[in-house]
Design a protein around this ligand. Structure first.
Ligand code: ZN
Length: 260
């Protein structure tokens, strides 16, 4: 991975910023029922149509000091943060998989996960279509990289096991807490994650997601969030981490623990 030329990393970072810009737009418009692909961007405060100079990832935000250039209303830092996060995820995909089609599919996975994370943070829901799209992308990834019978069996078993385990957790949490803690959207995401990681990566996915979820819950409470916190961001972290590790050929976290 260190032999990948710097130019590839620069390209990945720039593409990440641009796709991050799309992801932040999609995450804002989609739950509001607005068209994601068509329609010019406008300032939500003054309605001014935004031009190309207003839409350069991160730089437009810095130049305008986080305000609308037309009405000076504050612009949410979520836009540059989403753009930077997506750029980092693209660079990680390149580092893990090297230049090529698998890295591009991982980048698309990153875009989907960023959209899911942003929507779940704002609306506490993981849209079914987003999970479905990532499931289809996972099938394409397996077809591309791992088109063997045992690979497909592992993916199918992973999806089934992910769904079953999450369903059981959902019932347990409901009994313990007396309210819904793991939404049905989360359960479906577990199935998609199992498809991506295969049955062998599912335990790692749950371990990393669980740790990320604990850290996130602490931060959520600390920031004064209410008792129900979205689990999507932690699930996204877990899935991306496991898929990246697998793509890079690094040992899986649980197998490392077992060796000790
Ligand atoms: Zn404005």
């Amino acid at each position: 991975m260190i032999f990948t030329p710097a130019l590839f990393y620069v390209t990945a970072a720039i593409l990440g910023l641009l796709f991050g810009s799309f992801a932040s737009l999609a995450a804002y418009r989609w739950p509001r029922g607005e068209p994601v692909v068509t329609g010019r961007s406008r300032c939500p405060h003054c309605g001014q149509e935004l031009g190309v100079a207003d839409l350069v990832p991160v730089l437009s935000y810095i130049r305008a000091r986080g305000k609308c250039r037309y009405c000076a209303a504050p612009v949410s830092p979520r836009y540059p943060l989403i753009e930077i996060a997506t750029a980092i995820l693209f660079v990680l995909a390149l580092a893990a998989a090297g230049p090529g089609l698998p890295a591009i599919v991982l980048g698309l996975l990153a875009v989907g996960l960023v959209i899911i994370t942003a929507i779940d943070l704002e609306h506490q829901v993981i849209p079914d279509q987003a999970s479905l799209a990532l499931g289809a992308l996972g099938v394409a990834y397996h077809a591309l990289l791992d088109n063997r019978m045992d690979g497909w069996i592992s993916a199918g078993a992973g999806a089934l096991a992910g769904f079953t385990i999450a369903w059981a957790l959902r019932i347990v949490f409901q009994r313990l807490k007396g309210r819904e803690a793991l939404g049905f959207g989360d359960v479906k995401f577990f199935a998609v994650a199992g498809l991506w990681t295969g049955i062998s990566g599912l335990a790692d996915f749950m371990m990393i997601s669980g740790l990320a979820g604990i850290l996130f819950a602490v931060g959520w409470r600390w920031r004064g969030g209410d008792a129900v916190f979205p689990f999507g961001p932690a699930l996204a972290v877990g899935l991306y981490a496991v898929v990246l590790l697998a793509a890079s050929g690094a040992p899986q976290p649980l197998s490392l623990l077992m060796m000790r």
